[in-house]
Design a binder for this molecule. Structure first.
Ligand SMILES: [Fe+2]
Length: 218
């Protein structure tokens, strides 16, 4: 995949960081953009230690093993997601999806709890108002059967949509530009809210980084 194609796909603000390889040409786990306890009480440090430090680290490690000696070895992450299948796709897409998810969270700030700027206008234009958007997104996240992700995406005309993907699947593979996601795999919330996915989703609304969502609209 050409470098220009990677740039077209780099909706992920931290794309440069993940695509900067170490001395052994391996992808490495980027640090979280906040402290491990920075999302408390909505997501605990213990959840982040496992979710970021173990689950995401394992996806990156597996991807490094699977690309070694193949045509994917020197591709950008986005390129691997677009062109791979099977186990490599699962690990590369999970890497992408997790980075995308962690990147758009931040410590709770009551003054920044609702969207502002361009994303606020697009939400109003597409859904009528923020409350309707919140209800629709929450429903998509709560009704997804099994493991997967709920997404806010935007098309070329600025129209927003809410989508569900199962397992590692990602809107990138369907020609959609993602703006925000929530991980609804059980490993994202089990340590904090056990089986109660709705409580985890409710908590999520307190820690969304809308500045990052606006940057993704560039
Ligand atoms: Fe996850």
């Amino acid at each position: 995949m050409k470098t220009e194609t990677c740039k077209e796909l780099d909706v992920l603000i931290s794309s440069t960081t993940i695509n900067k390889r170490n001395a052994e040409n391996k992808f490495t786990l980027p640090p979280l953009p906040y402290a491990e306890n920075g999302l408390e009480p909505y997501i605990s440090a213990r959840t982040l230690q496992f979710h970021h430090g173990k689950h995401l680290a394992a996806y990156i490690n597996n991807m490094n093993g699977l690309i070694a000696g193949t045509r994917y070895e020197n591709m950008c992450l986005e390129g691997i997601v677009m062109e791979s299948d099977g186990g490599l796709f699962n690990n590369a897409a999970q890497t992408y999806n997790h980075l995308f998810y962690f990147e758009a969270l931040r410590p709770h700030d009551a003054t920044k709890a609702v969207p502002t700027g361009k994303i606020a206008s697009l939400i109003d234009a597409s859904f009528g108002n923020f409350e309707t958007f919140k209800e629709t997104f929450t429903k998509a996240a709560s009704t997804l059967f099994g493991s997967g992700w709920a997404w806010l995406t935007v098309d070329k005309d600025g129209k927003l949509a809410i989508e569900q993907t199962a397992n590692a699947d990602t809107p990138l593979r369907h020609g959609k530009k993602p703006l925000l996601t929530i991980d609804v795999w059980e490993h994202a919330y089990y340590l904090d809210t056990q089986n109660a996915r709705p409580k985890y989703i409710e908590n999520f609304w307190n820690i969304i980084n809308w500045d990052i969502v606006n940057q993704r609209l560039r």
